[in-house]
Write a protein that binds this ligand. Sequence first.
Ligand code: FAD
Length: 421
Amino acid sequence: MTWTRRKFGCFASASCAAAFCARTARSQARARVVVVGGGIGGATVAKYLAASGAASDVILVEPKLRYTTCFFSNFYLAGLRSLESLSHGYERLAELYGINVIHDTVTAIDPVAKTVALQGGGRLNYDRAVVAPGIAFNFDAIKGYNEDATQVLPHAWNAGPQTKLLRQQLESMEDGGVFLIAAPPDPFRCPPGPYERACLVAYYFKQFKPRAKIIILDAKDTFFEQDLFQDAWTRHYPGMIEWLPVQFTGGVKSIDVKSRVIKTAGETFNVSVANIIPPQMAGELARRVGLADQSGWCPINPTTFESRLQPGIHVVGDAISGGEMPKSAFASNSQAKVCAFAIAAELTGVKQTTPHLFNTCFTVFAPNDAVSDAINFTPVAGSIKITDIFTSQVGESPVLRREVARVADGWYAAFTHDVFG
Ligand SMILES: Cc1cc2nc3c(=O)[nH]c(=O)nc-3n(C[C@H](O)[C@H](O)[C@H](O)COP(=O)(O)OP(=O)(O)OC[C@H]3O[C@@H](n4cnc5c(N)ncnc54)[C@H](O)[C@@H]3O)c2cc1C
C-alpha cells in the first residue's frame, strides 16, 4: 500500500489523534513550515507534520543528499556493518509525504521577517520554523586540536567521512599499537557512545590485533552504565581496555597532531591511532541565529519545543538544553514528534495535551551481548524530568543478552523507517 497524507493522518496515540485529524478553518490558512536539518530530529518533524496535513507546505532543508546514522557506526568500526547500510536518502519523504526537500545550507534566519536564507542564494518565508542542526565541536577547549586536526586524529562523532577515516586507521594500525579515545565532558551526544566504541573496536582487535591496547582518557569521573561496561570489559576483553578518569589525569591538556602525542598534566601518551571527541555545543546555525544561551545549548519550552529566545522558531534534537533527557537519536525522534504535534495543534487551533517523551537505548558489548535502557520523561517546571527508568543489570543471562542484541538489530530497521519513511 502506498501511504498518502490522508491514510497516514491518524498514526499517533489517541491523545494526539484529535490534534492531527481535526481540520479546522485555521488549518486551511495554508501555513508553511520550514525545517532546517534533515538529521533524526528534523526529518522526523518534517515527516510527522506533513503526515498530519496541518501545514499546507513542509520544506526540509539539508545539505547532504544522504544521511549516515551515527548509531550503529561503531559496528562499522568493528567491521560488522558497511557504511552504506547506515545511509538513508530523502526520496521517500518527498514522494510519500509531499515534503519539499531542498539540498542546501541555511545561513541565516530572520525571526521578524520570518525568512530563512539559503547558501545557494534563495530565501524562504515561513509561518513556523524548526531548527535541528545537531552538534558542533568546541575546538578551543583542547590545545593543538582544531578542525584541520580532525583529518589526522578523527572525532568520528558525526558519521560519514570521519568514521571512514577512523576505520582506515584502525585497519592499518600495527598489532601491539595503542588506540586512544578522548571521551568528552557532559553534556555530549550519546552518553554510552565512547564506551561502546571501545567495546566494538576491542572486538575487532581481539580477532586481528590481539596485542593492541585501548586507553580511554576521560574528561569525567563516572559515565553512563559504567558498571555494565566495566563488567563487559572484564568478561570479553581482559587487559585490553584501560579507562582513566579525569581525577587521575586532569584530562587532555595538549595534542601534538603530527607526532600523535597526547599530554595530560603528568603523562605523555604516544599513540598509534587517536579518536579525539571534543566538548560539544549546539550546531553552529543555532548559535549564529541566537537560539543558544551561554551554556552553548538551546533553551526550549519542553511542551512545544519552541525556543525560549526566539519565538516562532522551534528547536529539537541534540542542540537543545534537554534537562534530564540524553542527547540521542531516540530522544530526538521523540522530541520531534511532540514538536510536530504542538505545531499542528497551533495551526489547527486544537488544544495540546501534556506530552510524554521517551528514550530507549541499546548498547552492544560484543555481537551477542547487548543491554538496553528505557526511560520515560515529562515536562516539569519548564524542564524535562525522568519519570520512570529501566536499565539492564550486571549478571543477566547470556540468553537474554543475545535476545537484546537481536532486538537492537530490528530496532535499527524500524527506527530508520520511522524517520526517513
Ligand atoms: C558513535 C555514536 C553512536 C550513537 N548511537 C546511538 C544509539 O545507539 N541510539 C541513539 O538513540 N542515538 C545514538 N547516537 C546519537 C544520535 O546519533 C544523535 O543523538 C542524533 O543523530 C541527533 O539528531 P539531530 O537531528 O539532533 O542531529 P543530526 O542527526 O546530527 O542531524 C543534524 C542535521 O542538520 C544538518 N544541518 C546542520 N546545520 C545545517 C544548516 N545550517 N542548514 C541545513 N542543515 C544543517 C546536518 O547536515 C545534519 O544532517 C549515537 C551517536 C554517536 C556519535
